[in-house]
Design a protein around this ligand. Sequence first.
Ligand SMILES: [Zn+2]
Length: 329
Amino acid sequence: MEFKREIEVSKILIGEKVEENVVEIRYDPLTLQTSRIVGKIPPISTQCNFDDEIENSKSYCPFCNERVWNLAVRDVEIMKGEIMKKNEALLFSNLTPYSKYSFVLRLCDAHYLALNDFKAEYFEDGLTLIQECLRKLPEGKFYISIGMNYLKPAGSSIMHPHMQVIVSETSTDYFARLDWSALEYKEINGKDFWLALVEEEKKIGERYVGKTTKTEWLAAYAPKGFMHFIAIPEEKEFLNMDELQIRGICEGIVKVLKYYHSKGFNSFNMSIFCGDRIGEHFRTNLNIVARTPFDKYYWCDVFFPKIFHDESIVHTFPETCAKELRAMW
Ligand SMILES: [Zn+2]
């Protein structure tokens, strides 16, 4: 496994003084996709106040308890018009479907949660409910992913904490890249990439964060966003995961969110690429990144490099993030 990087040094004159800045370009060890780590952190406000936005959005929120039962869009084929429920978690169809089966999982009763208020049980109930639903899928090959956008900087139009489930006959661009890269890796090396990655990262140590029940956590070598962490579960397929495996994943998510909170972040994206129905070479993996903090005039961190070059730019070294999170683990 190769952890390849290039270094570029930029010199700028600030007043009378020459400042050198190092830009590190890293190749993802699986996909070879590049990311740039720019050691300089732009000024980001962490004194966020958006209480008015919380109150305003609450007054019309379609996922709050007083509206969700009337407004939730019902799935015809899999849930047969029902809304599935487990404690505070509710599962229904997406009003704007992205694929053949496209669901929304409302995570909890609360309309807004600070990142240190998310509970592992919310995610446990949510993921268990998604498992129950997806077990009813018809035969055939599907690419299954579970994603989450939290708050506007992460792309969420609705504040209320929710996840999205995308079940598609055709993979997304990046899912396809993971799929064929992992297939190639398995054919050459005889084992799945993610297990090999954990082994390798444990040996190296500086990006390895720690373990939760049946789940290993590490900082991504070539981050796709701010403070990118990857979870690698023991069990390969999402639908086969037992209670302990689901719990381990959720315990870790909450730890990462607490870390983001401690750094002044309030918004994040998450994606679980499920290994179900793909093949022996693929293992379910979870990815999570922090986004620019939500504030009245927040900055969008997805700019032209990401939109047109598909190149991520981050400001913190994964080794630093891993070290800090390890201290809180
Ligand atoms: Zn709400």
